[in-house]
Design a protein around this ligand. Structure first.
Ligand code: ADP
Ligand code: MG
Length: 786
């Protein structure tokens, strides 16, 4: 198999400094031949007195991306080459290594706010699907999987049962090794993704499942490894060889040391675990770097087992060291760089992954056997005695005819290794040569028809007439269909012309194929569209559950206070803009389509005219028609512009979908933050005023909160579902106004100014907690205003 020798490429990316962070001292030198990053540390710690000498460390990287490097540059220089290898049939791995907060997730998955912030995974998916679409020489199949490893246990982030159950209750992903030492992952689903959109939806689904599993007590993201894998298999049509390759995109757990984070108890065990698995990763990497090392300790941890074929050996591996270069994190950055230097020593051999499809192999072998049998029969002279069938004879006639007509000197007459057929051919050829007029008539009818027979001519014209009749019938039916479709499309357009609009999903079909060219882009309501995006689990979990009135108002306040709501607003504006643009493009596409249809109509008319002419005036030959040719050329032009506009439209569509998913994600995060905050407020309240609370478990922490709010809603008159809280805030402006100390709430029907107690202890406790919390907010607001 083909082989490529490569060291692991190691890059560094420096995260932009936060507003209140003090810059550490470092210098980037990206000059050839070896880019380097130099970090300088003041030596003031050792003996408690300040030493003016500075210590500096120099690290070499493939390339260093400083603070201002944008996501597209990162993709182009780091991920694209790996994606190309994967498309060529090699395995690839990109992993991000660095302390928590240094930008691993930002680099691998992307930021949750802007479209331009999307990271390596979405960009790689987009690139790969683009490339696959361009290559029609092979048949491709793509799948994705998304694995999270937490405390040495594997979880399938794409398991559809996530919605219904907690992560801990799902079947764990386990490693199995077959007799060839290949690794198989049990309980990890491979989801087929036929296009970019489906793959992106799966990514977001996994990210959301990950977010939901995370609670304030369990910030799993910094302690777990996430491996998003794109599996590609390809096959040339007719070939028995399947090429398989996979690309792992790995967001590793935070690399920070336990001592520094200073956490105790349960968390310490977790932290120890993570360091342990990164430690094993390091061990594997060191072992791989050593020459003549026969044993590589892959089995020590789940992560190294999973990445086994993607670290050493058969893989193109790339590591991105993410660095936070502020003063407080310089130590961690240095240890990240040190790790990177060790990784850079490994040499990998990437091997093409080819295997044979047994079914196709059988077909090939069968054919080979038949050929061999034929050959054997030929050599031994033992012929099958049966006569050639009528069909076989006709086939032979055709072959002979084609052979005789072919002017190519290299053409050959291949009838297979069958003596009967070979003999027949010789006999037939002899006849043709000796008696060209009689025996060759059937074979060479075209060539000898120069002697025109008037009878024959009449027959021919009759046939032509019949043919034209049929054509006219077909054309008329086509015209009728077109008319009906145009009417349908028109009424559809009229029915849905109001409001914000979006284009129907994947309306593309190749113009060449389309016999029904009037298929229109129907414009649908935006809400319809977003509901066609698979529902993310948190929202679907929320449907059917009610939030209490108080809770809703608190949520409104919280929402306005929350930084993310600005993002939501921004994105909403952007989305609206994009919708408008998409609408414009859609209209343009329809316009071009109409033009094409019009031109097609003209061609059909022209053909009908000419056919009619030919029928009434048979002596006139149907020849080349320059008018029709001109029309066809115009159509070609229109098709070109159609394709160009469609390209823009498709790009826009991807962006719109991405934005919608981003927004849903931010909204969900907002809701989660609110739930946490709410339950904390409730807890505080309970601690302060225990005598007012009869139920001991009101201060339950998320996710029990959801149950208590459901409980509360039975006593409230509100019908607002949690999902509808996401509606435009402008519509809900009748909620409380901040900064107004005399609170105006939307009052429940039971009371006007008094506290709307329900008589239900748990519900009442929630309400009281809310009021207390609201006062807190107002106090804070008041202070900040003074
Ligand atoms: P990690 O996954 O390593 O814990 P994150 O990717 O979550 O770190 O980054 C922490 C924060 O810093 C996030 O809010 C993220 O958006 C931001 N961030 C990280 N890298 C960048 C970058 N290159 N540009 C802008 N923001 C960044
Ligand atoms: Mg992260």
């Amino acid at each position: 198999a083909a082989m490529v020798k490569e060291t692991i490429r190691v890059y560094a990316r420096v995260k932009p400094l936060g507003r209140r962070q003090q810059a550490g001292s470092y210098a980037v030198d990206n000059e050839e031949p070896l880019p380097s990053l130099e970090i300088t540390v003041p030596r003031d710690l050792a003996d408690g007195f300040i030493n003016n000498k500075r210590e500096s460390y120099k690290f070499k990287f493939q390339k260093i991306f400083d603070q201002e490097a944008k996501q597209d540059v990162i993709f182009d220089s780091i991920a694209k080459p790996v994606a190309e290898c994967v498309l060529a049939g090699y395995n690839g791995t990109i992993f991000a290594y660095g302390q928590t907060g240094s930008g691993k997730t930002f680099t691998i998955t992307g930021g949750a706010e802007r479209y331009s912030d999307r990271g390596i995974i979405p960009r790689t998916l987009s690139y790969i699907f683009d490339q696959l679409q361009k290559d029609s020489s092979k048949v491709y199949t793509t799948h994705v999987s998304y694995l999270e490893i937490y405390n040495e246990c594997g979880y399938d982030l794409l398991d559809p049962r996530h919605e219904a159950s907690r992560m801990e209750d799902l079947p764990k992903v386990t490693i199995m090794e077959d007799s060839d030492q290949n690794i198989h992952l049990k309980n990890l689903s491979l989801q087929q993704a036929t296009n970019e959109e489906e793959a992106l939806n799966l990514l977001f689904l996994g990210d959301t499942n990950r977010m939901i599993a995370e609670t304030p007590m369990n910030q799993a993201s910094s302690r777990s490894h996430c491996i998003f894998t794109i599996h590609i298999s390809s096959k040339e049509p007719g070939s028995a060889t399947i090429r398989r390759s996979k690309l792992h995109l790995v967001d590793l757990a935070g690399s920070e040391r336990v001592a520094k984070t200073g956490i105790g108890g349960h968390l310490l065990t977790e932290a120890k675990y993570i360091n342990l698995s990164l430690h094993y990763l390091e061990q594997v990497i060191i072992a791989l770097a050593e020459k003549n090392r026969s044993h590589i300790p892959y089995r020590n941890s789940m992560m190294t087992s999973v990445l086994r074929d993607s670290l050493g050996g058969n893989c193109m591996t790339t590591m991105i060291s993410t660095l936070a270069m502020d003063k407080r994190n310089i130590d961690e950055s240095i240890s990240t760089c040190r790790f990177a230097q060790r990784v850079a020593l490994i040499k990998n051999e990437a091997v093409l992954n080819e295997e044979i499809d047994p079914r196709l192999m059988i077909v090939q072998l069968k054919k080979e056997i038949q050929d061999l049998k034929d050959e054997l029969a030929l050599v031994t002279g033992k012929q099958r005695t049966s006569e050639l069938s009528q069909e076989e004879l006709l086939q032979l006639d055709e072959l002979i005819e084609a052979f005789l007509k072919d002017n190519d000197a290299d053409s050959s007459l291949d009838v297979g290794a069958d003596m009967r057929k070979i003999k027949y051919c010789f006999v037939h050829m002899k006849q043709i040569i000796n008696h060209p007029m009689t025996s060759g008539k059937k074979l060479l009818s075209q060539d000898i028809s120069e002697e025109k027979n008037s009878n024959e001519e009449v027959e021919k014209l009759k046939g032509l007439l019949q043919q034209r009749d049929n054509e006219i019938n077909i054309l008329v039916t086509m015209l009728k269909k077109e008319k009906k479709k145009a009417q349908d499309a028109l009424s559809q357009l009229n029915a849905t012309s109001a409001g914000s609009t979006v284009l129907e999903q994947s309306p593309y079909m190749s113009l060449e194929e389309s016999q029904s060219p009037s298929r229109c882009f129907s414009l649908k309501d935006a809400k319809d569209f977003s509901s066609s995006v698979p529902r993310l689990p948190l929202l679907s979990r929320a449907t059917g559950e009610k939030m209490s009135l108080g809770c809703q108002e608190a949520f409104e306040v919280f929402k306005r206070d929350h930084a993310d709501s600005i993002t939501i607003e921004d994105n909403k504006q952007l989305l609206k803009q994009r919708f408008d643009e998409a609408k414009c493009l859609g209209e343009k596409l329809n316009e071009v389509r109409n033009k094409i249809n019009h031109l097609k109509g003209k061609i059909i008319q022209r053909q009908i005219q000419r056919t009619a002419l030919a029928v009434s005036n048979p002596s006139e030959e149907l020849t080349f028609d320059p008018v029709e040719e001109n029309l066809r050329m115009q159509i070609e032009e229109e098709k070109k512009s159609y394709k160009a506009v469609y390209g823009c439209f498709k790009g826009l569509k991807v962006e719109i979908e991405h934005l919608q998913l981003l927004m849903e994600k931010v909204k969900m995060k907002l809701q989660k933050d609110f739930e946490v905050w709410w339950s904390e407020e409730a807890k505080k309240f309970q601690q302060e005023k225990p005598e007012m609370v009869t139920s001991p478990n009101i201060a339950t922490v998320y996710p029990q909160f959801i149950r208590s709010s459901q409980h509360l809603s039975r006593n409230s008159s509100s019908d607002t579902s949690r999902g509808s809280l996401y509606e435009d805030p402008a519509v809900k402006n009748n909620s409380i106004t901040l900064g107004n100390p005399t609170l105006k709430t939307r009052t429940p029907p039971s009371s006007s100014t008094s506290i709307p107690l329900t008589g239900d202890s748990q519900a009442d406790a929630d309400i009281l907690a809310f009021i207390k919390a609201r006062q807190n907010i107002l106090q804070k607001k008041g202070k900040s205003c003074q």
